[in-house]
Design a binder for this molecule. Structure first.
Ligand SMILES: Cc1cc2nc3c(=O)[nH]c(=O)nc-3n(C[C@H](O)[C@H](O)[C@H](O)COP(=O)(O)O)c2cc1C
Length: 193
């Protein structure tokens, strides 16, 4: 089984989502010693923004990287994402990754009856960090709701969210939210337990 672990926080060692995503991966490693884990820090090793040149395949190195990013996603059984809430949405570094994995004919296609996701069968775990408190269904949430939409469009419905929110309100809020999020980390696949 392959697990792809991505972080996107710009806050380095102070990051809430880096701590949480690492804890999720540690839980999986503990239960599945033979788990193959691949890691990419999208902040330290960003993927180029999708441009007209990207679509024209103007740069062979960029084409090769885009293909590698897509294949890495397609090959993963589980994807663990560290996702901060930045300006009501996700970090642009993570959006740049999404722009490389949402590929017509590879991860979705359009049919006469509408779009069809082609990347089903994966499990996604989102380690979410939010400075304020938005809950499960805020009209201002373009982070978790957006990711559910994107991955759902690609055919992925097995999505868990581990959320620490209100972390900017006070140090106490931050530590309480992190403790609650750690306690809510989902178990790896039931059959592996
Ligand atoms: C650039 C930036 C934008 C942010 N925008 C928001 C925001 O719109 N709403 C909010 O509640 N918190 C916002 N925050 C606070 C983050 O959501 C909070 O710090 C969270 O812990 C981010 O996860 P991280 O610690 O892993 O980076 C922002 C933080 C940064 C650095």
């Amino acid at each position: 089984m392959k697990l792809l672990h991505l972080d996107s926080s710009a806050l380095g060692a102070h990051s809430v989502t880096r701590e949480l995503s690492a804890a999720v991966v540690a839980r999986w490693r503990a239960q599945l010693p033979h788990l193959q884990v691949e890691y990419r820090d999208l902040d330290a090793q960003p993927i180029p923004h999708l441009t007209g040149g990207s679509l024209a395949k103007a740069n062979p190195a960029e084409v090769a990287e885009a293909e590698a990013v897509l294949q890495q996603f397609l090959g993963a059984d589980v994807v663990v994402l560290g996702v901060p809430f930045y300006n009501f949405g996700i970090p642009s570094t993570l959006k740049a990754w999404i722009d490389r994995i949402a590929v017509a004919g590879k991860t979705f296609r359009y049919t006469e009856t509408g779009p069809q996701g082609l990347a089903g069968g994966k499990r996604i775990i989102i380690a979410s960090g939010r400075g304020g408190v938005y809950g499960d269904a805020s009209p201002f949430d373009f982070q978790e709701a957006y990711l559910r939409q994107v991955f759902g469009f690609l055919g992925i419905t097995d999505i868990d969210v581990v959320r620490a929110e209100g972390v900017a309100l006070s140090p106490q809020h931050r530590s309480d939210a992190l403790a609650a999020a750690h306690a809510a980390i989902p178990e790896p696949l039931a059959e592996a337990a």
